[in-house]
Ligand binder design. Structure first.
Ligand code: AMP
Ligand code: MG
Length: 350
């Protein structure tokens, strides 16, 4: 299949391109597009055939449900059986934005889109191109991240093209994704609100908006947990670079020394090495590739750069990677969740 690649400017969106992309989606085709979290691989969420095509293009297991992207609250009302008060509060505070909520679906949403579940994940993105495209497509776009299953989510169009060229109808290049991590997922269908996936909207922000405690799915925190995570997608090894990644945790000086030691050992064994460092520490490392993920203590910067850096290590053929550890609070909780998954939970504690 020929994939058309177009560049759009967030501040001056070419309406004729949006119309053409919307028509592709309405006809059951697939279009990758920018959002503020990561790039999405879009299809008509209410068309079971489109959802099947999304799973095929990604190589994604079909029990892993898709997020339905909407542009208005009216669109939400049409596809769910009820909207809990808490969800309304969160929608008015954080939509449009990087928050996904789980609702009980009605018959308009096909099971192909929800991986066979009676619930549906819904998000209203703030990205202007995404919002315009959703309207042009008829109101509902199912869109997982626009990467091949198992690879880090793309935050720049270059990596969407690498994974999806020839597999889908169109790719819209709208520049860098602002947040750089997938949305926070909150479930309301079990009564009390529960975070199923940490993201840019933190536990503290949700609790403040709801004036109540919000729990986190235990299976996400306790990796030895026997119960599977409530978001089926969280069980997969995700976000993984091709090489092997380890996280080194401890006092900053000890971490630097240990990463340099491990990197030298790997080099001597003939392996190409990479280090994920910060602006403050990057000059201290010796490896084939040292990359700064942002300033120490700025987990939002780490979120923005992390997936791109993992992809760049792949491009450079890096075989062994070492990363500093980051604070586990606020946005850092989401950063560490993704980093731990990318590392297959390999953590060296000093
Ligand atoms: P992605 O679109 O690639 O960011 O992945 C979507 C995530 O949302 C996956 O982890 C899914 O398991 C999760 N998800 C989607 N729909 C539901 C649902 N109805 N219930 C629980 N988790 C869901
Ligand atoms: Mg994904």
């Amino acid at each position: 299949m020929d994939t058309e690649i177009v560049i759009l400017n967030q501040d001056n969106i070419d309406k004729s391109v949006i119309k053409r992309a919307g028509d592709i989606l309405k006809a059951g085709g697939l279009v990758a597009f920018p959002t503020e979290t990561v790039y999405g691989l879009g299809g008509d969420a209410l068309n079971p055939e489109s959802s099947r095509k999304i799973y095929a293009a990604k190589g994604r297991p079909s029990d892993n449900p898709l997020i339905v992207h909407i542009a208005t609250m009216d669109a939400l009302r049409k596809i769910v059986t009820d909207i809990p008060d808490g969800a309304l509060k969160l929608a008015s505070r954080f939509w449009p934005g990087p928050l996904t909520m789980i609702f009980n679906k009605n018959e308009l949403v096909p099971r192909e889109t929800t991986g066979g579940l009676d619930t549906v994940a819904v998000r209203m993105p703030s990205d202007k191109i995404a919002a315009a495209l959703i309207e042009a497509a008829g109101g509902y776009i199912a869109a997982p991240s626009a990467n091949l299953s198992g690879r880090p989510s793309p935050t720049v169009a270059k990596y969407v093209i690498e994974d999806m060229d020839g597999r889908i109808d169109m790719i819209i290049d709208g520049g860098d994704s602002e947040v750089g991590l997938e949305s926070t997922i909150v479930d309301f269908t079990a009564g009390e609100p529960m975070i199923l996936r940490p993201g840019y909207i933190t536990k503290e922000m949700l609790e403040e908006a709801l004036s109540q405690d919000v729990s986190i799915d235990k299976a996400i925190i306790d990796t030895n947990s026997k119960t599977p995570p409530k978001a089926p997608g969280m069980k997969y090894r995700h976000y993984a670079p091709k090489g092997e990644l380890a996280i080194i945790e401890g006092d900053s000086e000890a971490v630097i020394a240990e990463i340099n030691r491990l990197s030298e050992e790997a080099s001597l064994a003939g392996l190409k090495t990479g280090v994920i460092a910060t602006e403050e520490t990057k000059a201290r490392y010796h490896a084939d590739s040292v990359k700064s993920v942002g300033h120490a203590g700025r987990e939002d910067e780490v979120a923005h750069h992390l997936f791109r850096i993992l992809r760049e290590f792949d491009d450079e053929g890096i075989e062994k990677m070492y990363s500093e550890s980051f604070a586990d609070s606020g946005v850092g909780a989401a950063v560490m969740n993704r980093l731990l998954k990318a590392a297959g939970h390999k953590v060296i504690k000093l």
